[in-house]
Ligand binder design. Structure first.
Ligand code: ATP
Ligand code: LTN
Length: 333
C-alpha cells in the first residue's frame, strides 16, 4: 500500500481567531485530514514572542484546542497537540539556530512588521520565530503545510533550512511544500482593506472574531468600509468590496463571478447585510460547539495528552537522527 503523505500546520493561541484564520487555514484542515496523515498544533511557544498575560495565554490554549475540534478536526484521524508538550520542538530549534543567520531572519516581513508594532519588546524570540516554525514542520517529515498567504516567506525559509541541513550533514529532512488556498488566502481588515485582518487589531470593528455572536457579525459588516461608486465587482481599485466578495464567496462556496452576478442589481447596504447573514450562519454553530467543548476540560486534556504522546514518538525519531548527524553522543540507556 502506498504510504500517505504527511500534513502539518499550527496556529498561535494569541487571542480569539478571526474569520481570516478560519478561511485562510482552519476551515481547510477538516477536508485535508482525510487525505493526509495530519498533525495540528497549538503553537504556544511562538505566542511567547509577543508579551502575554500568563492567565490569558493558558485560557487561549484551551480556546484554540476546542476551536480546532469544533471546526472538525477529528482526534481519531489526526494528531492534535500543544507545541510546548513536545520538547523536541525547542531542541531542534537550537540545532537549526546554528545554521541560520541574523541577516536572513531580520529580512523576514513578519519580523519587520512585528518589530514596528511591538517596538518596546523586540526580543530574540521574535527574530527566531521562523526557525521554531521550521522545526515544527521538519520534525514530522512533512510533505505539505496548509497556511494563509502571509506565511509563504516563512515556508520558503523552512525549505531552505531543510536543504541546507541535508547538504551539510546528509539527508534527514523531507523538504516541505506549502499549500495556500486559492480563495481567501489573505482576508483583509474590514476597516482598512489594505491591511491583513488580524486578531490583534486594536479596532474591534476591523475583524470578525470566531466568538462574535450573529448580531455583532452583522453590525461589523454593516460598518465595513466600502467606496462610493455602488458597483459590486471584484477589482483592485475596490479593496473593500473585493474583500467582502471574497469572504462571501468563501463562506458560501461560490466563485467570485457567481457572487458578482448574484449582487448585480443590489445596493451596498443590502449586500453587506447578506454577507453578514452568510458569515453568521457559518460561524455560529462553530461557536456553540466550541463553547460546549470548553465545558469539558477533562476531554480536552485527554485529547491533548494523547496527541502529545503520538507527536512525540514521531518527533524524537527525527531529532535523534539530527543529533547523530551533527556529532552528538547519544545518552546510554
Ligand atoms: P497574530 O496576529 O497573533 O500574529 P496571526 O493570526 O497572523 O496571528 P496565526 O494565528 O498563527 O497568526 O495564524 C494561523 C493561520 O491563519 C496561518 O495559517 C495564517 O497564515 C492564517 N491567517 C492569518 N491571518 C490571515 C488572514 N487575514 N487571511 C487569511 N489567512 C490568515
Ligand atoms: N507562524 C504561523 C503559525 C505556525 C505554523 C507552524 C504554521 C507556527 N508553526 C508550522 C505552519 C507550520 C502563523 O501562521 N503565524
Amino acid at each position: 500500500m502506498e504510504e500517505r503523505k504527511v500534513l502539518f500546520s499550527a496556529i498561535q493561541p494569541s487571542g480569539i481567531l478571526t474569520i481570516g484564520n478560519y478561511l485562510g487555514a482552519l476551515r481547510n484542515f477538516k477536508k485535508l485530514q482525510n487525505d493526509y496523515d495530519s498533525i495540528f498544533s497549538v503553537a504556544d511557544l511562538h505566542t511567547l514572542t509577543v508579551r502575554q498575560d500568563p492567565a490569558v495565554l493558558r485560557k487561549n490554549v484551551y480556546e484554540l484546542a476546542a476551536l480546532y475540534l469544533a471546526c472538525g478536526i477529528d482526534p481519531q484521524k489526526s494528531i492534535l497537540f500543544v507545541q510546548s508538550h513536545v520538547s523536541a520542538h525547542a531542541e531542534l530549534t537550537w540545532i537549526l539556530n546554528t545554521i541560520c543567520y541574523p541577516g536572513e531572519l531580520s529580512r523576514m516581513t513578519q519580523f519587520k512588521e512585528k518589530s514596528k508594532s511591538h517596538e518596546d519588546n523586540i526580543n530574540m524570540g521574535l527574530m527566531d520565530y521562523p526557525v521554531l516554525m521550521a522545526s515544527d514542520i521538519l520534525l514530522y517529515q512533512t510533505d505539505i503545510v496548509p497556511v494563509g498567504a502571509d506565511q509563504k516567506q516563512h515556508l520558503e525559509l523552512s525549505r531552505d533550512i531543510a536543504i541546507r541541513f541535508n547538504n551539510r550533514f546528509g539527508d534527514v529532512f523531507k523538504v516541505p511544500d506549502g499549500y495556500i488556498p486559492k480563495t481567501a488566502a489573505r482576508v483583509m481588515s474590514l476597516q482598512e482593506p489594505s491591511k491583513k485582518m488580524s486578531k490583534s487589531d486594536a479596532n474591534f470593528n476591523a475583524f470578525i472574531s470566531m466568538d462574535d455572536d450573529p448580531d455583532t457579525v452583522r453590525r461589523k459588516f454593516k460598518r465595513a468600509v466600502t467606496d462610493s461608486d455602488n458597483r459590486i465587482i471584484f477589482s483592485e481599485d475596490k479593496p473593500g468590496i473585493s474583500n467582502l466578495l471574497t469572504i462571501y464567496s468563501a463562506v458560501c462556496d461560490k466563485t467570485i463571478e457567481d457572487a458578482e452576478k448574484e449582487f448585480e442589481n443590489c445596493g451596498y447596504g443590502d449586500f453587506k447585510s447578506k454577507v453578514g447573514d452568510a458569515v453568521a450562519a457559518v460561524i455560529e454553530p462553530i461557536r456553540q460547539e466550541k463553547n460546549k467543548l470548553l465545558a469539558s476540560k477533562d476531554y480536552l486534556d485527554y485529547v491533548l495528552k494523547d496527541g502529545a504522546y503520538k507527536a512525540e514518538k514521531i518527533a524524537y525519531k527525527t531529532l535523534f537522527k539530527v543529533y547523530k548527524k551533527v556529532g552528538l553522543v547519544p545518552r546510554k540507556r
